[in-house]
Write a protein that binds this ligand. Structure first.
Ligand SMILES: C[S@@+](CC[C@H](N)C(=O)[O-])C[C@H]1O[C@@H](n2cnc3c(N)ncnc32)[C@H](O)[C@@H]1O
Length: 197
């Protein structure tokens, strides 16, 4: 807890940035694919580093749902959420972000309609990604994008091979006939829903 608080303090002083496991190349790819999109979702916000990148690039009138349980620490505060909300405020179009406090499987029931961009980066367990893929792959229109973090083992971190998200991508997602793989950037897989699928 103390570590999180100190990080938040250093963040407020401008000495730390919002933390993220995404690489600069992955964030650049997310920015490209989110560009001009009008209805977006991110599953797993953490400190909002990628949330801000998405918001900076989406259509100015877009609706963007940031979904995370934002687990609270011992004194009842989620410092990650505190930072994520500041990132949202400082970014472009930040007021278009709606934060959903809860799990992706509950958000899938509460938030209706389709999306033109979804970034999945929440529960990386086999059970978690299996459920996310079933719930969210049906929520994009033909031509729309789903980007999944930690789906491919990047050269710089071979240990990610043990993640359920990598295993499920390899066994199911990349063979899903409804989608084509548009690009792979480090651990990020970007897929587009095929026309008519
Ligand atoms: C790897 S971090 C996300 C990083 C963020 N997308 C980024 O680019 O910096 C994973 C986040 O997913 C959240 N999370 C875990 N299970 C989740 C679920 N089922 N639905 C939504 N978020 C979840 C965690 O609270 C955590 O903040």
């Amino acid at each position: 807890m103390a570590k999180e608080f100190i990080h938040t303090l250093l963040y407020l002083l401008g000495l730390h940035s919002a933390r993220t496991q995404t690489s600069a190349a992955e964030r650049a790819a997310v920015a490209r694919h989110a560009s001009g999109c009008k209805r977006l979702a991110e599953i797993g916000v953490f400190e909002g580093a990628t949330t801000r990148v998405i918001a900076d690039n989406m259509h100015p009138e877009a609706e963007f749902h940031g979904i995370d349980p934002f687990f609270k620490g011992r004194i009842g505060v989620c410092w990650n959420e505190f930072i994520a909300r500041r990132e949202a405020r400082w970014g472009k179009h930040g007021s278009n972000i709606k934060f959903f406090h809860g799990f992706s499987f509950d958000a899938a029931k509460s938030i209706s309609g389709d999306f033109d961009f979804i970034f999945i980066d929440g529960d990386h367990s086999l059970e978690g990604i299996t459920k996310d893929w079933k719930d969210w792959s049906v929520r994009v229109q033909p031509g729309a994008i789903i980007a999944l973090h930690d789906s491919v083992v990047p050269d710089f971190d071979p240990h990610r091979g043990s993640l359920g998200s990598v295993q499920y991508y390899e066994s199911h997602i990349r063979h899903d006939d409804r989608f084509e793989v548009v690009e792979i950037v480090d651990s990020l897989a970007v897929l587009r829903r095929k026309q008519g699928a």
